[in-house]
Write a protein that binds this ligand. Structure first.
Ligand code: GUN
Ligand code: FE
Length: 502
């Protein structure tokens, strides 16, 4: 029988609950934390356990004994537990899993391919052709026209899940394509691999913007196919422990008023209401287009609000060019923002003023926006969020520059964990190390300090070079700026090991 608990021992680093603290600092603790094998939740922690000897005493006090290989039954009255150690000499630590609040799974094969395009021509040239290939051509359909997911959907979806897990992403909010079989497949693969995921079939039915070769035939079809996916996911994971559906109008220009209205009603018809994700105000030409397509709306955010699509469970990607009125509306509806800095730079969309959003009380998380963004890594998004925030001041008139535009490493890590958790409306459940939360975590290793190494360090083990004198906050800064997936030793979701580096 599997042990009832896994005990994690070593250094644990997470972020405080609120980002509004004056100078956000890391929470750094050394000790043990134990997780139930039944529900994957953190059952307790003890930050006074600082040595193997103290760990031994702690286990004895709890009536636990470490499970070792080939252990005979009948070791006595103690209960066996599994122990996972973060090794001090290897500068290992546990960190909350990253939450990618905005990623397009079918676009993964296009990572790095965008040339010098900007949003609207990028969609037409790179994105719609690739996404459309996740459906079956008429002539390929088997008898009775029954559609299945084509081989490339299996290849791309398996790889994007493996790749994001290997970069420490324990939870992702995925856009899929318009196709039901491929979108069902993405949900099933996430469930089987154990990645926490929100899965959305993309809704796009407006012939004024969508190409003939890639769009829902009507608003009715858009809604019916969406309901088919919601139902597939509810059957796959009835309690939504791991995988949940998310309604996904691609963005205002691709959707007819009838589709937007139907989706708003559909979300509200569930208890609790369904999650919703879309794009907003990413690019200035897109904002102009929305104005033209929805002349009756006062602004872009109002288009979504008119159809009851701005809710506390709505994720709005980008929000680069919002007006103060739109920010007020988004805040009043408690809708959330996914900041995707790598994408915004790659597609030349602009710089999202994250501090302004935060000051206005809006909840913000990070997204990779693959493949507008070139990288599947949220650590890269953390870096890019810091970098673009340092350039933001230069785009403002001198009297508007305060220096507060800059995000600290700690703040960006907050957005990647606690912020992301709030964006997917799971603030009390994931994103930190608290009793009762799911253990969604990564084991990061920065390697032994160079002073302990006889010759020079193994170059293949990663880019982070420690010299032995760095404090924990300094080690974390070095991880953020010079680390990558080679530093991700293991990843757990719901307490279950879902990735381990060879
Ligand atoms: N707006 C509408 N569709 C998309 C998309 O696929 N990616 C990005 N970044 N913006 C969009
Ligand atoms: Fe996107």
């Amino acid at each position: 029988m599997a042990p009832a608990y896994t005990v994690f021992y070593g250094t644990f680093i997470d972020l405080p609950r609120s980002i509004t603290e004056e100078k956000l600092a890391l929470d750094i603790n050394h000790g043990t934390l134990w997780v139930s094998s039944v529900d994957g939740r953190i059952k307790g922690f003890d930050w006074t356990v600082h040595s193997e000897k103290e760990l031994e005493a702690f286990l004895q006090k709890e009536g636990w004994v470490e499970e070792v290989e080939n252990m005979q039954n009948g070791v006595g009255p103690q209960e066996k537990v599994k122990i996972v150690r973060a090794r001090e000499d290897q500068n290992e630590f546990f960190f909350p899993g990253f939450i990618d609040t905005h990623i397009h799974a079918p676009q993964y094969p296009n990572s790095g391919l965008f040339g010098s395009s900007t949003l609207l021509d990028w969609l037409e040239r790179y994105t719609f052709p690739l996404e459309s290939s996740f459906g079956q051509k008429e002539e390929e359909k088997e008898d009775e026209g029954k559609e299945v997911a084509p081989p490339r959907a299996h290849t791309a979806y398996k790889q994007v899940i493996s790749r994001t897990l290997s970069h420490g992403t324990t939870c992702a909010s995925y856009f899929a394509t318009i196709h039901v079989p491929a979108t069902s497949l993405l949900a099933s693969l996430c469930h089987a691999r154990g990645q926490r995921a929100f899965i959305g079939r993309v809704c796009m039915d407006n012939p004024a913007f969508c190409p003939d070769y890639y769009r829902d035939a009507s608003a009715e079809e858009s809604l019916a196919r969406t309901e088919a996916i919601v139902s597939h996911i509810h059957t796959l994971d009835p309690k939504g422990t791991l995988v949940k559906p998310i309604l996904t109008p691609r963005f205002a220009p691709t959707c007819s008023p009838a589709a937007l209205s139907g989706l708003g009603h559909l979300a509200a018809s569930y208890s609790p209401p369904l999650h919703i994700q879309t794009h907003i105000s990413e690019n200035v030409d897109e904002v102009k287009l929305v104005k033209k397509l929805f002349p009756e709306a006062t602004n872009y955010a109002d288009v979504y609000d008119r159809f009851d699509l701005l809710t506390r469970r709505t994720i709005l990607a980008h929000a680069v060019h919002l007006t103060p009125d739109e920010r007020r509306l988004i805040h009043s509806r408690q809708a959330k923002v996914s900041h995707c800095p790598a994408s915004n730079s790659a597609l030349g969309s602009g710089i999202c003023p994250v501090r302004v959003l935060l000051d206005d009380g809006i909840t913000v998380g990070l997204g990779t926006d693959v493949s507008g963004g070139y990288s599947p890594s949220i650590l890269e998004a953390v870096r890019q969020a810091c970098l673009v925030s340092r350039l933001l001041g230069h785009t403002l008139p001198a009297e508007k520059q305060t220096g507060r535009e800059k995000l600290s490493v700690e703040e960006a890590l907050y957005l990647a964990t606690r912020g992301g958790a709030a964006v997917v409306d799971m603030a009390g459940e994931i994103g930190g190390f608290e009793e009762g939360m799911f253990f969604d975590a990564q084991l990061i290793g920065l390697g032994s300090p160079l002073s302990d190494v006889e010759e020079s360090a193994d170059l293949a083990s990663g880019n982070v070079d420690l010299f032995g004198w760095e404090s924990w906050p300094e080690k974390i800064h070095k991880w953020v700026w010079t680390g990558d997936d080679r530093n991700v030793g293991a990843v757990w979701v719901n307490g279950r090991l879902v990735h381990a580096r060879e």
